[in-house]
Write a protein that binds this ligand. Structure first.
Ligand SMILES: [Zn+2]
Length: 401
């Protein structure tokens, strides 16, 4: 009897998969890291390598098999230490939390794709395929054994890996799809999404929950394919009845699922991932980063400014406040305390460069405080992006030297 085999790179086994089964991928990652750590890379460069190469390695495996979460934690840990530890492999301080770095750019992070966050989104495309192709062999086999409701299925008692993956994907897929109403016999009033973009259960609203429990949409549709307003008014608030009246009914058609955002040009996985992120993060203090992104700086300069925004650059004042250094004056001999304001606005090193450039006829602005600097850069980032770019580069290089 065969107890385990590999098919298209995926290990299929009768036993539970262990971390040891995925040793290859950890070996690959450490090999790459060993090669890269010999080079001297900037933080921005390392981030590019991590995002484009390391973190995409387990994507295929994560989508098609149950990978132990601990393996992914391990992988991210390797990435983190590669990012912050020094070249001689001594430990370095982690200035910004990994979670912040993994936040998407529109929410103020650096947009690194953590595989842990993407598991559900990646699998949702399999669930979507399963729903869209009822004639496929997989669908028929699975439906006969476990039923075909992947979006509300539970997999506690079922051992099938394939079913677990489908249900996991279906759970996330729910966020990006909506029922189009036909006969209404498949759509549960409370649990399924059929009005706007969420199901009534997740909506604080005025409905008669007890009476609607287990009721299907069919009961509110008349035999001529129109809404039964009398009945609707008994259960729903007038505003909601108005909303429901706008839901289109396909007369005598079957209920079917559709994507909420059609023609967006994105894959199902991308749409679901977007929804997951929207549910997780809220717009924070986002005044700073958008204009910085528009400048299209070099990655290392952009990451430097991003760290300035996160207050995570080890200036001497920063180190003194943490009892790591005893002297907080600027190491370039300005006889001033090296604060963020100093390196962005006052440092002799950069003001000299700016003065020289102004002499040559390049109108680089001079600011006198941190706030005016940020406000000023923000306002010129639109029209005179070249000037703002030069300013950002000067600050970066004078700090580097
Ligand atoms: Zn200085």
């Amino acid at each position: 009897m065969v107890k385990a085999m590999k098919y298209l790179g995926i290990k299929i086994t009768l036993n539970r998969v262990k971390i040891a089964d995925f040793q290859d991928i950890l070996c690959n990652v450490t090999d790459k890291l060993n090669a890269w750590s010999k080079k001297s890379l900037s933080l921005g460069g390392k981030l590019v390598l991590i995002d484009s190469s390391l973190l995409s390695m387990p994507i295929f495996l994560v989508t098609h098999s149950i990978v132990p979460k601990r393996l992914l934690f391990e992988l991210e840990k390797l990435c983190r230490s590669f990012l912050w530890h020094k070249k001689d492999e001594s430990k370095g301080m982690h200035y910004v939390a990994w979670k912040e770095i993994c936040k998407p750019r529109c929410y103020g992070g650096l947009g690194v794709h953590s595989p842990l966050d993407r598991i559900g989104a990646l699998r949702s495309k399999l669930a979507w395929n399963f729903i869209q192709k009822p004639q496929s062999l997989l669908h028929r086999v699975m439906a006969a054994r476990y039923g075909n409701d992947v979006m509300n299925g539970v997999h506690r008692k079922i051992n099938s890996t394939a079913w677990k993956i489908l249900v996991d994907g279906g759970k996330c897929l729910k966020m990006a799809v909506r029922w189009s109403i036909g006969k209404g016999d498949k759509v549960n009033v409370l649990n399924d999404t059929w009005i706007l973009d969420r199901c009534l259960n997740r909506w604080p609203t005025f409905i008669d929950c007890n009476a609607l429990d287990g009721v299907y949409v069919q009961q509110f549709i008349l035999s001529n394919g129109l809404w039964d307003y009398k009945k609707l008014q008994n259960f729903f608030h007038p505003d909601l009845v108005h909303l429901i009246s706008q839901v289109h009914i396909v007369f005598e058609g079957e209920d079917h699922l559709e994507l909420m955002k059609k023609c967006s040009g994105k894959t199902v996985s991308a749409l679901v991932y977007e929804q997951i992120l929207i549910n997780r993060f809220n717009m924070e203090d986002m005044d700073f980063f958008p204009w910085l992104q528009k400048l299209k700086l070099k990655k290392k300069v952009e990451v430097f400014w991003w760290r300035l925004w996160k207050a995570a650059i080890p200036t001497n004042l920063f180190l003194k406040n943490r009892n790591i250094a005893s002297d907080d004056s600027c190491p370039r001999g300005c006889n001033e305390c090296e604060s963020y304001e100093h390196i962005m606005v006052h440092c002799k090193h950069m003001t000299e460069v700016i003065a020289k450039m102004v002499e040559w006829g390049i109108p680089i602005p001079v600011y006198n405080s941190l706030d005016s600097c940020l406000q000023g850069l923000k306002s010129i980032a639109q029209e005179k992006s070249g000037i703002a770019q030069i300013y950002c580069n000067i600050v970066y290089h004078s700090w580097k030297n």
